[in-house]
Write a protein that binds this ligand. Structure first.
Ligand SMILES: Nc1ncnc2c1ncn2[C@@H]1O[C@H](COP(=O)(O)OP(=O)(O)OP(=O)(O)O)[C@@H](O)[C@H]1O
Ligand SMILES: [Mg+2]
Length: 292
């Protein structure tokens, strides 16, 4: 299937016209290499075990297997990119991890001890798995700061949060996230007036307020300008180490710029896994995804 075919007609796999080349610079210099290596260096030892482990997971919709015996792991602090053709099961995999979809078979573990299949969606979020949806869920009429303040509350109600006083530690946390997301200058701006990219970063910031161990991000750069895409890559790389980050994306140039390990999904299972160069030159991957 053609990697360019996206729901809603968005085109992502080809480098955008006029986009600065990321990943593979002329002459073989890779300007992103340093950033990827810095992110990997912040990764804790893999001896601490997987942070997320899906074992032989199958999900059927009316007999059609969206996930078919899928086994996949995520290491602590790693940034894992998941690619694959439309319908490969990438979003379904995230739905299973977050508890939105229950598999017919298989096991899903968070750390060594936590069986996610026995937990509700809110419990899974509470345990430290944050998910960013494509459509931002920020409150347009609140400022950037207020949106982050609200996200800090988590379970607490909207009004209780608004009348509660922020502790100095809370303010520090919000300031940290404003810095991380590059939104410090926008702290008092209503979220409704932010550019598309800035809204997406605010949404990531809101997830960060809950200090998740794992962040799942589905097609983060869809609809972004080349500059926003680049900034998003830097942001996600800066999160690796402190968080495990799983990124699903069709934009191969973007994936190349940030990925250390890539898993290629096809027909509900992992077709290939490894470094970007290895998977991009894998004949099976070329046939089902990249070659079209
Ligand atoms: N709730 C559902 N009911 C029926 N079929 C579904 C449902 N959710 C997903 N599917 C099907 O499962 C398959 C996998 O879908 P999924 O959304 O996980 O693919 P994807 O890899 O995320 O694709 P894309 O790159 O287009 O986002 C598709 O064939 C899809 O039509
Ligand atoms: Mg999807």
């Amino acid at each position: 299937m053609n990697a360019n075919l996206q729901p809603g007609g968005a085109v992502a796999a080809e480098p955008r016209a006029g986009a600065p080349r990321r990943g593979a610079a002329p002459g073989g210099r890779d300007p992103w290499r340093e950033k990827r290596e810095a992110a990997a260096a912040r990764q804790p030892s893999v001896l601490t075990g997987d942070v997320l482990y899906l074992q032989q997971v199958t999900v059927s919709f009316d007999g059609f297997k969206a996930l078919d015996d899928l086994t996949l792991h995520v290491d602590p602090g790693e940034l894992l990119c998941v690619i694959g053709p439309n319908g490969a099961g990438k979003t379904t995999m995230m739905d299973v991890v977050t508890g939105k979809t229950r598999p017919d078979a298989g096991r899903v573990f968070f750390g060594n001890m936590t069986n996610l299949l026995t937990m509700s969606e809110p419990e899974i979020a509470q345990a430290g798995i944050g998910r960013k949806f494509q459509k931002p869920t920020v409150f347009d009429f609140l400022t950037v700061f207020e949106n982050l303040e609200l996200a800090l509350a988590g379970e607490k109600s909207f009004w209780r949060t608004f009348f509660a006083r922020l502790t100095p530690r809370d303010r520090e946390r919000i300031d940290e996230v404003l810095e991380t997301t590059g939104l410090a200058a926008k702290r008092d701006t209503p979220a409704g007036t932010l550019a598309h990219g800035q809204k997406q970063w605010l949404e990531i910031g809101m997830l960060l307020m809950q200090e998740p161990k794992v962040l799942l991000v589905d097609e983060p750069v869809a609809g972004m300008t080349p500059q926003e895409t680049e900034r998003t890559g830097e942001l996600l790389l800066s999160l690796a180490g402190r968080h495990s980050v799983v990124v699903v994306e069709h934009d191969m140039e973007f994936v190349r710029s940030i990925a250390r390990r890539v898993a290629v999904l096809h027909e509900g299972r992992v077709l290939a896994e490894g470094g970007m160069d290895a998977v991009q030159s894998d004949p099976r991957v070329i046939e089902v995804y990249l070659g079209a």
